[in-house]
Design a protein around this ligand. Structure first.
Ligand SMILES: [Zn+2]
Length: 477
């Protein structure tokens, strides 16, 4: 075990007075054959960076035997940092705003029943129903658990052992949001794909091999249009499976309820504005899901969707409570272990080497506009005379605009534009572009897609236009 939250904090302290820390705790198998597991504790300072740091690392042949031993140092350090710590004569405070885990890790850390046990929902009080070897949670409106009801251990059937986190100020229910990556992407969507393409469940919502290859073709055709911010491009669906689709419309509409509600909850613009609407859609999704695929599939992950909008109300849009940044960091940790002996030492040595260089990265985290790839190929519209510099790429905060296919579609001044060139003239950045003149809705169930900024564009104007770069520029897929 190794612990250094305080050093990490003091190395980044600048103008911040209050630190809000997001923790991530998860098991990480290393070397399949050996059975060795890491149980890293990662932290990410909110409002400061989207880069996790390693706070502690445990290694063993299973999850830590003793929860209190595992969390002891961290709890002790959190308690002391929350009462204030002094760096360069200034006092700072630290609070933990949320803890991101998958369901098994969450049950372990909170000392509660497993997600496939009765009373296993950590957000509401219902004793599940066991159907076909699966624990299901059919109740949509059960009494919700609260931070107070948890600390009073009101539901005896829910608790297994006291969690050391109860000694800290961490909110034991609202502070453990459902993580979007595990719940939605790996949980619900994977379950849907299994149902559509797998061997379990009823035949009437499976897709045929012809349909699989049709969808695969569509997915592959999209590859070159998927912006560089996406970690993966679409792949073909696995073709080993059959599908028959007499009730495809119901399946499609059910899926749209999920897709639209998750789009809303993942959007910084709409997540609070349309929060109640998203909640209604998710509840309909879960209800119809049970009718469509069978009550036996209303498992923890599907049921968990009914609690998601509440988590967003407390913590903000889904990307702020997702496991993705941690997952990427965990992969890096795994790669640091090159041989089976002394895995802890190998990781700590590599991290200390990286730490000395990582500060430089953090310094540049908040840079604004950066122009790259100077060229002189045009096009430059008429009216720009004298010194014009042309660029192929512009990075703005979190995204890139480039004249290449996948990164050139943007929305600015309520127009959907295809970028042809980026120019700097008299100190101002201009986007040289063509406009899509026809904008229509892409879908209308369960909401007109244009209301969410999702539209079908066509009729690209042949005329070049130049627009001064707007701070409200948005990137499109
Ligand atoms: Zn629940």
């Amino acid at each position: 075990m190794f612990n250094h939250l305080f050093q990490k904090l003091t190395s980044v302290v600048r103008n911040y007075h209050n630190f809000r820390l997001q923790l991530n705790i998860d098991g990480l198998p290393i070397f399949k054959s050996s059975g060795l597991q890491f149980w890293p504790i990662l932290g990410m300072l909110q409002e400061y960076s989207r880069k996790p740091v390693l706070i502690a690392l445990y290694c063993g042949n299973s999850k830590p035997q003793s929860l209190s031993e595992y969390l002891k140092d961290l709890v002790c350090e959190l308690k002391s940092l929350s009462t204030g710590f002094v760096v360069n004569g200034k006092t700072f405070f630290l609070t933990v705003c949320s803890v991101i885990c998958d369901a098994p890790a969450r049950a372990f850390i909170k000392g509660i029943k497993s997600h496939n046990g009765y009373s296993g929902c950590d957000k509401c009080v219902q004793s599940g129903i066991y159907i076909n070897n699966r624990m299901t949670f059919p109740e949509l409106n059960a009494r919700v658990r609260t931070d107070v009801s948890f600390s009073n251990a009101e539901d005896e059937d829910h608790h297994v052992q006291p969690s050391p986190f109860c000694e800290t100020s961490i909110a034991m229910v609202s502070g453990f949001p459902h993580d979007y990556m595990h719940l939605v992407c790996l949980g619900v969507v994977r379950r849907l794909l299994d149902l559509w393409m797998g061997t379990c469940g009823k035949l009437n919502y499976r897709i045929s091999s012809r349909q699989v290859s049709f969808i695969s073709g569509k997915l592959l055709a999209l590859r070159s249009y998927i912006p560089s911010e996406f970690a993966r491009r679409p792949r073909a669906l696995d073709e080993r499976l059959r599908w028959k689709a007499t009730e495809l419309k119901q399946v499609y509409q059910n899926f749209m309820l999920l897709s639209v509600s998750i789009y809303i909850l993942a959007s910084p613009t709409y997540c609070l504005l349309l929060n109640d609407f998203a909640n209604t859609l998710l509840r309909s999704f879960v209800k119809h899901f049970g009718e469509l695929y069978g009550q036996g599939f209303l498992v923890y992950n599907i049921h968990g969707l009914t609690h998601l909008s509440d988590d967003v109300k407390v913590h903000g849009h889904l990307d702020l409570i997702s496991g993705f940044p941690f997952e990427n960091y965990l992969k890096k940790i795994k790669r640091m272990v090159r041989k089976p002996s002394s895995p802890l030492q190998q990781v700590i040595r590599r991290i200390s080497e990286l730490d000395s260089t990582s500060l430089k990265d953090e310094e540049t985290w908040n840079t604004h506009k950066k122009l790259k790839m100077l060229h002189s190929d045009g096009p430059v519209p008429q009216g720009f005379t004298g010194a014009v510099s042309q660029f192929k790429e512009l990075s703005i905060d979190e995204f890139v605009i480039n004249t290449a296919e996948r990164d050139r579609c943007v929305k600015m001044k309520n127009k959907i534009l295809l970028v042809q060139n980026i120019i700097v003239f008299e100190g101002e950045v201009y986007i040289v572009c063509k406009e899509y003149r026809h904008i229509a809705k892409f879908f209308d169930y369960p909401i007109d897609s244009t209301e969410l900024g999702i539209c079908f564009v066509s009729d690209l104007s042949p005329n070049l236009m130049s627009l001064k770069l707007d701070t409200n520029v948005q990137k499109c897929v």
